[in-house]
Design a protein around this ligand. Sequence first.
Ligand code: SF4
Length: 354
Amino acid sequence: MEQTITDQELSKAAGKPLLSIEDLQVSFHTYAGEVHAVRGVTYSVEQGGSLAVVGESGCGKTVTVQAVMGLTPMPPGEIKGGRIIFDGKNLLTLSEKQMQSVRGKDIGMIFQDPMTGLNPTMTVGRQIAEAIVKHQNLSRREATERAVEMLSLVEIPNPGVRAYQYPHEFSGGMRQRAMIAIALACEPLLLIADEPTTSLDVTIQSQILELLQSLQDRLGMTIVLITHNLGVVARLSRNIVVMYAGKVVESGSSSDIFYNSAHPYTQALLQSVPRLDRPSRMELASIPGTPPDLFQPPAGCAFAPRCKYAMKVCIEHDAQPTVVGDGHYVSCWLHHKANPNPLTQKLQNGGSYQ
Ligand code: SF4
């Protein structure tokens, strides 16, 4: 067990973190019982860094960032434990009033669906200006001028005209750019983008990702990108966290995850991403089975019923994070020193299970 590490060591591993989530546990109480949606999530992102959180729908990635924003609906939600340290403060101890000054000002968020994120009855410029008036103490006129500048920053043509138009006059890509402008209006320290390209076609997806990347380079912003698609994170994120069934199963740099992934779930996710260097007739792999029922999460590894390497220990005990490289952690018994399985020995000596 000598390589198993603590939550604090994990969260400090990426350098000086701006955001550090430690052992977060979130449940939802429903008529059918308690859903253990987030079961001890730990990750961090350093100042100026970029982190992607990847996993299937329902793995807890959005619930985790909702807790960061103080947007967990309570009830039915309940934060059962853990800490969320942002810029030195534990956000879970702040009052709703204190959180209102963090939301929008210190942390900006881009939501998945720009049509429902924007108010259809207000002009786009006014929606950007609202956030500026609320948090930056500027007059309405100054805020409107700033709103036009923000539309120009997110590369919307004719920003002076567009600021006075309504969301239905914008295309899907432009609405998402407007959402980014709102999120950035108060120059937040951290931008959380929750599936920002899911509802867009591939060309527009690429443009939005390029925009986020150039904004990060220009403004030195810290970005947390939430996505179910590993394909979209390669360019944008320096580090990646892979979540499954409410837990982090692997974390490391982008190159660790893309070229040296260690968890069978990450491997399976990568095999399901289309790649230009594979023959076009080659079928994309799918992951057989379904994620576990989070009403009654398993005692052992939640991926075991879908994992071709599952062993007896995997069913009975969950694996703790283990160091497999510099800043690269995996929660899988295959990589644990205590496991005498010959395949494990091979993996620990640098072998591959591909
Ligand atoms: Fe598979 Fe066991 Fe690793 Fe889980 S802990 S991913 S079941 S080998």
